[in-house]
Ligand binder design. Structure first.
Ligand code: G3P
Length: 329
């Protein structure tokens, strides 16, 4: 204001009242593809509420579901660019920055969630997280599971032959493209938000996804055959800019880490429970479940692990060694 000109702009005109400066509240946006009805979205609302409660006036996490804000690659770019942003999305998008992550979530590696959850605590993965930090990405969790992914099509799929000529929607990721190609399909990358209409408009014939996705997004309304390939793990990485992370206080970092970890444990428990419930519900809704020729599909994907030029040589063997250690424990 004009008043300030004469006094060097040092003092603000306060009309005699000392204005109490409101403490600066840091707002961090959290972006995800998951829709409100999916467990992952429900879990993160809960996680954010707990964090916001504990950090009251100094930090607020705002959750944006269903792709209201950028997701996938675009969400990772927000993180890497240093925005006040938390990305919840496929580990493959982290693999765009540190390629070896794709090997950790490669096709048909794990027999169950526990094996994977032990892997994310291994030194091998801790070293990848250190690599990610060098690229400006702080990994908060790799443990947000939403089930093994299977085929959802119109036609029953038993063998790789049955996938010939079928356009199958995949996330925009080399790992998914190569895996589905090896399995016999024609993979078509699309953001999940476009899958429902994509099926209706015959852009794709079907998709691959977990029961949590199939039930939670109501995509079963347009496709009725689930063929249990269990080819990839549905799991999200939770990431934040390393710069933003380092600017937070110790207290803020501690609260965020604790609540995201607790949320992941809760989320896995719910997922295990809900997968059973959802299968029954889906069957009641007319969805058919088919067993597949697992040997044939396993053989079909064998070569996928040799097709990533950016991987550290020997990473597949390192992962298998680690997995054998986990299995022998
Ligand atoms: O809401 C969609 C989510 O359940 C799965 O997304 O891209 O991993 O298939 P996507």
């Amino acid at each position: 204001s004009i008043f300030l000109v004469g006094c060097g702009g040092e003092k603000e005109k306060t009309d005699g009242v000392q204005q109490a400066k409101a403490p600066q509240k840091k707002v961090i946006k959290m972006s995800m593809k998951f829709v409100e009805d999916e467990q992952t979205a429900k879990t993160f609302h809960q996680v954010a509420n707990k964090i916001n409660d504990r950090l009251k006036d100094n930090l607020e996490i705002q959750v944006f579901t269903g792709g209201q804000l950028p997701i996938g690659k675009d969400s990772m770019e927000q993180v890497v660019g240093g925005a006040n942003w938390i990305s919840v999305d496929g580990i493959n998008f982290l693999g765009d920055y540190v390629p070896d992550y794709n090997a950790v979530v490669g096709p048909m590696l794990y027999n169950n969630f526990d094996e994977y959850l032990a892997m994310t605590k291994s030194d091998l993965v801790k070293n990848l997280n250190a690599e990610a930090e060098k690229k400006g990405i702080k990994v908060l969790s790799l443990d947000y599971l939403f089930g093994f992914r299977s085929m959802l099509t119109e036609k029953e799929v038993k063998t790789p032959e049955d996938l010939k000529g079928l356009k199958i929607r995949v996330p925009n990721s080399q790992l998914y493209m190569l895996t589905l190609e090896a399995m016999g399909a024609n993979p078509t990358p699309l953001p999940f938000t476009e899958v429902y209409s994509g099926i209706q408009q015959k852009v794709v014939d079907g998709l691959e996804g977990s029961l949590m996705t199939i039930y939670g997004t109501k995509i079963y309304e347009v496709r009725k055959q689930v063929s249990l390939t269990n080819h990839l793990l549905g799991v999200s990485a939770v990431t934040i800019s390393n710069k933003v992370w380092n600017e937070l206080t110790d207290e803020q970092r501690k609260v965020i880490e604790e609540e995201i970890y607790n949320g992941s444990v809760y989320n896995t428990d719910e997922t295990v429970k809900l997968e059973k419930e959802y299968q029954t519900k889906l069957e009641e809704l007319g969805v058919k479940f088919n067993e597949v020729d697992a040997v044939a599909f396993n053989k079909a994907i064998e070569n996928v692990f040799n097709q990533f030029p950016k991987w550290t040589p020997g990473i597949y063997n390192q992962i298998m060694d680690e997995l054998n250690k986990i299995r022998n424990k």
